[in-house]
Design a protein around this ligand. Sequence first.
Ligand SMILES: NC(=O)CC[C@H](N)C(=O)O
Length: 406
Amino acid sequence: MPNQVANQDPNTKFTSDELSNNGSQMTQKATGAVALEDGTIVYGRGSGAAGTAVGELCFNTSITGYQEILTDPSYSDQIVMFTFPHIGNVGANEDDNEESSVNGAKAARGALFRAHPTPPANWRSKDHLGAWLRKKGIVGISGIDTRALTRRIREGGMQKVAIVHAPDGVIDKDALLAAARAWGGVEGSDLAKTVTTNDKFESSQNLWDIKDGYLDASTALYHVVVVDFGVKKNILRNLASVGARATIVPASTSAEDILALNPDGIVLSNGPGDPAATGEYASPMIKTLIESNKPILGICLGHQMLALALGAKTMKMTQGHHGANHPVKDLETGKVEIVSMNHGFTVDPDTLPEGVEQSHISLFDGTNSGLKVIGKPIISVQHHPEASPGPQDSFYLFQRFADLMK
Ligand SMILES: NC(=O)CC[C@H](N)C(=O)O
């Protein structure tokens, strides 16, 4: 019987220095390794691109949607460890990439899997995950005891890691560990400017449907300017689904240039890195947009940057929120929605100025998941109303934003 779990396959047994899966002897040379800044070295089997990648290790609990996750520019400078053991089963295609095709933004730097990706079985698949990872330049390592590493992150927080896929099996673990420790980390780093589009572009693509593929774009009722800090395509599609055509502009665009486009509303997008590191250029721009009284929707990084411009503070979380099954409560309606999450920083609700209130909270840990500005058409959420991947409970937020533009 074929066994898809790499380190139980008799030909591919790996053992690690510390987080050994079963302490068994290696029967095949490891072609991949992970070095954590705390000194842990774990061996596995390389897949995808060969080479070394350095980043912040976070775990994602989603069962599906690995391709959307790995191409979400918010994961720039991160290495995603999937807690679900079987990743790759539905292959990969061009439609499910989330990064904007215009800027070709770099998203996740690497991926860790429990089982080695197997040949795909899905009618939408065009590629094996391994081949797709290679094309994208993403390093993958399988055969990893993802449960043990996840527990380590839950206890000690997200760590700097270096991973290597060495097809010849030559792995210098000391050099790998040194690379992990030498890296500066995500805190304090402005990554939005590394993934934003260089040039303004337009989008009116609608949502994808299982029967009809991409739905026809409806007549545009609104014009929205999206400030691109690393925008996901499904945000643009959700805007189209509520009748908004979008003009996407670079992160460094001035408020004056944004307002000159005469938008009915403005979206501050998701994106990678530390929100506090964008303060220099983003806060003055967002402050002017707030004063303009135009409707604003902030999503994830955009939500955090809006909070900063309003005078609140953000802080780093221990393990962050990365998954597609997080319960969030809408404090206005009392309804609980199951949402997609991907963030490592959070808005400190104790620092909200007068006139700014929490609209949503996470029911996992009570952290802030949304804001509203009293007396202004401004809303923002920490979670991902566009899902992709994840449940579509929060699609209503795009309609709420459209209603503010009406
Ligand atoms: N998805 C996002 O926009 C992430 C926002 C921010 N980079 C964080 O990690 O908290």
